[in-house]
Design a protein around this ligand. Structure first.
Ligand code: SF4
Length: 485
């Protein structure tokens, strides 16, 4: 069996990741990063910078390794995309090869905006395998997105990419590749490695087996301790894998002690301050949530790679008499939605009353950037930021339930405080990633008319639930605080 670069990168992150990827793929979570922000779209654009390139077909043609060899041998070929090499039981596909005399520049394309350390490992695997297969390498480069680029329209993407020479960095590291391959073969020949969740599960990428590993040993693995990257390895080294088994004197952080104690107790802890603070908020109360998208390759004039671009909001307005109104905005025309988004927002939020959000940094940042973009709305938008009240720190400081399993995300808190409201009751949009993908599918016309209509309704329902969730969480905290009194 041949290993791929993806397999080897998984092995570098964690031997169990590699083992599960090959032996138990069925345990992987299905969540996918939207195609707007993945390498696929970036690669497609980057390849346009090499007008004379010929692509090696991975499927449906001759053997890709033979195709590559023919192209390498043909002196009229200057550029090859997806050149295939195999050596030492590893196969790789190189994004771009450019002929330089008798040698080749090897270019790896990344959707990021800078050279990250793990890219050096990634390219080392490509380059070492290609070299072992006989490729004469001149320079090794990484081509990435230029985050200073501003799209001026008319499909003019001149300046979108930057190439950095990483030859020395790669050559300093590539000698370990054959040894790693041998180690990984041993991992695959053995049983599932015993590795527990720690900080490495998110570095350099969020592991697709996290859900599986979170529940395989115990419902409350120590890796769930929030910001536990220092203490978790110590606990594991001492054979402690379950939060409930942590001796009290091993913890220094008040939050870790709270999570441990509440988990052992098996029931929620709510401090009365939560209700007292929330009761004091004025009316009307505006519960607000945004959905946004980032394009690696900007599609709207005046925007930059990875800029947060809001396309949807939901707002529940709670009046003093208990009445609840709902307003919303969603533009699926495919045009830049920001001006209409901002105008409708200012109109709905009027001039008084707290604007309640969950984790204010994102909403405040979006509003600030809209204020910079649309000078005629600037003062009204910035005034909204002055009224923002963040619900997250209230929940974080005064509430914890064992079922939240170390997280205060709204999706973890809601089932504990308002179990009748469920994201799982929604249609095809049940989280932020699905919201982004659905928005993209709609604006790119990837669905039938009916399909687009259904997805639009699903998007509206999803964002609406986010703000209704805040209403119910607030009410429940107030109500339960009074009961605790
Ligand atoms: S979740 Fe963590 S421990 Fe589990 S396979 Fe992935 S990296 Fe390894």
């Amino acid at each position: 069996m041949r290993l791929t670069k993806t397999n080897l990168m998984a092995g570098l992150q964690c031997p169990k990741h590699l083992h599960l990827m090959i032996r138990h793929k069925e345990h992987a979570s299905k969540t996918k990063t939207p195609a707007s922000i993945t390498g696929e779209v970036v690669e497609e654009h980057a390849e346009r910078e090499f007008s004379d390139g010929i692509t090696v077909k991975r499927f449906g043609g001759d053997d890709p390794f033979e195709q590559t060899q023919h192209l390498l041998d043909d002196s009229s070929v200057e550029t090859i995309f997806q050149a295939a090499f195999t050596a030492n039981d590893v196969e790789v596909f190189v994004d771009v090869l450019q002929r330089v005399g008798d040698q080749w520049d090897l270019i790896e394309i990344k959707a990021a905006t800078s050279v990250k350390d793990h890219f050096i490992d990634d390219v080392s695997i490509q380059a070492k395998t290609a070299e072992q297969a006989g490729l004469a390498i001149n320079r090794i480069k990484l081509m990435h997105v230029n985050n200073q680029f501003v799209y001026q329209g008319d499909h003019d993407y001149d300046g979108l990419f930057i190439q950095e020479d990483i030859t020395d960095k790669v050559k300093a590291r590539w000698s370990v590749v054959p040894k790693n391959v041998e180690d990984f073969k041993q991992v695959l020949a053995g049983p599932e490695p015993e590795v527990h969740i720690t900080g490495h599960c998110k570095q350099p990428y969020l592991c697709e087996f996290r859900q599986y590993c979170e529940t395989v040993d115990t419902k409350y693995p120590v890796g769930l301790l929030p910001r536990g990257h220092r203490i978790v390895p110590t606990l594991l080294a001492n054979g402690i894998t379950d939060i409930r088994d942590i001796p009290f004197d091993m913890l220094n952080s008040d939050n870790h002690i709270r999570v441990r104690n509440v988990t052992i107790e098996g029931k929620a802890e709510l401090l009365p301050e939560a209700g007292e603070i929330l009761k004091q908020l004025d009316y009307p109360r505006y519960y607000l949530d945004f959905e946004s998208i980032q394009f690696a390759i900007p599609i709207w004039e005046g925007t930059q790679p990875y800029q947060q671009l809001p396309f949807q909001w939901s707002c529940h307005i709670e009046n003093e008499n208990g009445d609840l109104e709902h307003e919303e905005f969603l533009d699926v025309s495919g045009n830049d939605p920001r001006q209409d988004f901002a105008e409708a927002l200012v109109k709905t939020c009027k001039e008084d009353g707290p604007i309640i959000v969950y984790n204010q940094a994102f909403e405040k940042m979006v509003i600030r950037s809209l204020a910079e973009e649309f000078s005629d709305l600037s003062s009204q938008l910035l005034a909204l930021n002055e009224r923002i009240f963040d619900l997250l720190p209230i929940v974080q400081t005064y509430y914890y339930h064992p079922d939240m399993r170390g997280s205060w995300s709204i999706k973890k808190v809601l089932p504990c405080l308002a179990p009748d409201l469920k994201y799982s009751d929604l249609g095809d949009v049940q989280d932020g990633t699905q919201a982004q993908q659905s928005y993209l599918d709609i604006i790119r016309d990837m669905r039938s008319t009916d399909g687009k209509e259904k997805l639009t309704q699903d998007l509206l329902s999803y964002c609406k639930l986010d703000t209704l969730a805040m209403v119910e969480i607030s009410k429940s905290l107030v109500k339960q605080s009074m009961t605790e009194d």
